[in-house]
Design a protein around this ligand. Structure first.
Ligand code: AMP
Length: 399
């Protein structure tokens, strides 16, 4: 059963304690370089404010090193961005505090339709350790608990697990972003329109083994790209030159995608290569990669074949770039996959992009708006492809 969402319950006059994922990238000057996670939290926030609820927002940001307040990781720039996005709303920021006297006073003073943003939860060690006392202090701030932090949904931090556990009989619901992520990432694998094609790439096979194991038998086609393809290809006896290979996984790579079942796997059969992962390296396309060359992207013929398979799909899930997309011309394979998926979306296919690097790639190509869904979670979206359940979601009330 899917979780109840914030839209399903009355919130007028109630304090809604909402866990969001405002873990956004900051530059050296502390300015936000990508505010997508904040923007996508706005519909859930507005659902509460529009109906006269009182909102207490909480999030972590980065990885504070010491216990206590680290000004460079304060949520202050997020508060500022939120004020711009919610122009008619009072947004109070509690600098340097999340469960102390200042936070409690701000929460008590909240009026209907107003927002309090607590400072970085990880300034308190109890957040990472899942401390029940810390969780109880947070839980006391809410009549309702709402989890809208998909990017953190696979973690057992206090605000994700111990806080909803401490809420007792008070309502515990999903925010609109979390509900949407679950709908796309879980439902496409549970009851997909077929053919269902999974495009899996990225740096390491070791990161994707569990996902590949889960997808094998579930999807119709797996298209393998990225550096991880070279561990597979070497295990199958191909020449991979100096490409990145994980030797410890050669045996596993040989067997994991074989065997009975509906899934057919395709590997790259030509490769855009360089002599090193550095800008200005000479570039050549090879079918068998000579010594001294590294496969840094799927080749043009492979990209054509993958694009054809994507065009024939009714559902496509993509996690992991096809090459070193940060360094042209090794972005071409990922760009081709992204374009083919965008065209498939236009033709009515369901297309889902997950993973931090993959989302960054489609953003870079200017195609982020052309898919059914682009996930806000890297680790969390990969865990969903692994078929895992999240304790933070299981704790919520069901429909
Ligand atoms: P992941 O985080 O596992 O999705 O991997 C993404 C990273 O893999 C990106 O930074 C890419 O530059 C890198 N990558 C993809 N393909 C290759 C390749 N063929 N050789 C080296 N690195 C690659």
């Amino acid at each position: 059963m899917p979780p109840l969402t914030i839209d399903d319950i009355p919130v007028a006059g109630k304090r809604v304690l909402m866990r969001v994922d405002f873990n956004v990238p900051l530059d050296d000057g502390g300015a936000i370089t990508d505010d997508r996670r904040i923007r996508l939290a706005v519909p859930g926030i507005e659902s509460v404010l529009r109906r006269g609820g009182r909102l207490v927002l909480m999030s972590h940001l980065g990885r504070p090193k010491a216990d206590g307040v680290e000004p460079a990781l304060s949520l202050r720039p997020v508060a500022q961005r939120l004020r711009e996005l919610l122009s008619d709303t009072a947004v109070r920021f509690v600098a340097g505090d999340c469960t102390g006297a200042a936070a409690a006073a701000a929460v008590t003073a909240l009026g209907d339709g107003e927002v309090v943003l607590l400072d970085n939860l990880r300034f308190e060690p109890g957040e990472k350790s899942g401390d029940p006392d810390f969780a109880a202090r947070l839980a006391a701030f809410g009549d309702v608990y709402c989890n809208d932090a998909f990017g953190t949904a696979h973690r057992g931090d206090a605000s994700m697990v111990a806080v909803p556990a401490a809420m007792g009989d008070r309502p515990k619901v999903a925010g609109l972003l979390l509900a949407n992520e679950i709908r796309y990432l879980a439902d496409v694998l549970e009851d997909p329109a077929r053919p269902l094609v999974a495009v899996i790439g990225g740096a390491k096979v070791s990161d994707k083994l569990a996902a590949l194991r889960n997808l094998k038998g579930l999807v119709d086609v797996i298209l393998i790209g990225g550096a991880m393809a070279y561990t597979f290809l070497e295990s199958l006896g191909a020449q991979v030159g100096s490409s990145l290979v994980e030797p410890a996984l050669l045996d596993e790579a040989r067997t994991i995608l074989q065997g009975p079942g509906r899934t057919v796997s395709y590997y790259p059969f030509d490769h855009r290569c360089g002599r090193a992962i550095s800008p200005g390296t000479p570039v050549e396309v090879f079918e068998e990669i000579p010594d001294g060359w590294m496969g840094l992207d799927i080749g043009p013929a492979t990209a054509d074949r993958f694009a054809d398979m994507i065009a024939a799909a009714r559902t496509v899930v993509w996690n992991g770039p096809m090459g070193v997309f940060e360094m042209p011309p090794f972005d071409a394979g990922s760009r081709r996959v992204a374009q083919a998926m965008a065209a498939a979306t236009d033709d009515g296919a369901v297309t889902v992009v997950g993973g931090g690097d993959t989302s960054a790639a489609v953003e870079r190509f200017g195609l982020a708006g052309r898919f059914s869904h682009v996930s806000t979670g890297g680790g969390a979206s990969l865990r969903m492809l692994e078929g895992r359940r999240f304790e933070s979601v299981d704790l919520l009330d069901e429909c």
